[in-house]
Ligand binder design. Structure first.
Ligand code: HPA
Length: 259
């Protein structure tokens, strides 16, 4: 069983000596090599979404190569880890959210499908995340006594600039609760290959206008670093708990998706 993690650079630190695998795909080169670790008898491949030196901005990430690479390496479950802003006063910095819904404001701005013709596929995206993985994440967090929010709507914007206060007000009015720049099209590309995918989001700031202070990258990085150990442990324990066989709908998603 091989499990993938896509995250920021800090997350991969570990005492375990790592090998890494480099992959080329029909869509180009993934953001980094895939670093290999073992948890029990489960193999974990870790990919740095923004490259080895954090030099790839959200709108330039090669999402297709990243996801294709995991598929090529026989990974069938992926955890995406994200730093996000909060659109609600009661979703406080430091808390972890396991979102269950997405609003995609990057449509048309990023390469977002493996099916550019002649094969035409319309993937069902009603529930964008793997429910089995989400349930295991929530149960594990509860067992560990970690404070989490077990659902929420992530709005993905193109960036790289942050939002105006009016944009955040609008996003909030349409149901968004957390905001970031990298969940899409990562989540839908995973679905297009029938992979299981779940997101672990760390709230690192209040979004524009929710906080009265200007947002700084320093604040984002500092808050992310504070939560890294908790996220590492949460993913490790969830990985241990996950059954080898997938018992979710994700693996069948291509069955009724094409003509
Ligand atoms: N807006 C957009 N992306 C983000 C934010 C934010 O406030 N915080 C972390 N990623």
């Amino acid at each position: 069983m091989r499990i993938g993690i896509i995250g920021g650079s800090g997350l991969s630190e570990s005492e375990v000596k790592k090998n890494s695998i480099s992959v080329e795909t029909p869509f180009g080169v993934p953001s980094s090599s895939y670093e290999v670790e073992y948890i029990d008898n489960k193999e974990i491949l870790f990919l740095r979404r923004h490259g080895e030196n954090h030099s790839i901005p959200p709108h330039k990430v090669n999402y297709k190569a990243n996801i294709w690479g995991f598929n090529e390496l026989s990974v069938n479950r992926i955890f995406g880890v994200f730093a996000v802003g909060s659109l609600h006063e009661n979703i406080t910095p430091g808390i972890i959210v396991i979102p269950d819904q997405i609003i995609d404001f990057t449509q048309g701005m990023r390469e977002n499908t493996f099916y550019d013709g002649p094969k035409v596929v319309h993937i069902d995206f009603t529930n964008p995340f793997c429910e089995e993985m989400r349930n295991y994440l929530v149960d594990t967090a509860n067992d560990m006594g970690i404070e989490i929010i077990k659902n929420g709507t992530y709005i993905c914007i193109n960036g790289p600039r942050l939002e105006t206060a009016a944009e955040i007000k609008f996003y909030r009015s349409i149901g968004a609760e957390i905001i970031g720049m990298t969940l899409m099209p990562e989540a839908s590309l995973a679905k297009e290959l029938a992979l299981c995918y779940a997101a672990v989001c760390v709230v690192v700031n209040y979004a524009a206008g929710i906080s009265q202070n200007p947002l700084t990258v320093k604040e984002v990085v500092e808050n992310m670093n504070k939560s890294l150990e908790t996220i590492r442990l949460l993913i490790k324990k969830t990985t241990k708990a996950l059954p080898h066989e997938r018992n979710c709908y994700c693996k069948n998603v291509l069955k009724d998706a094409s003509f």
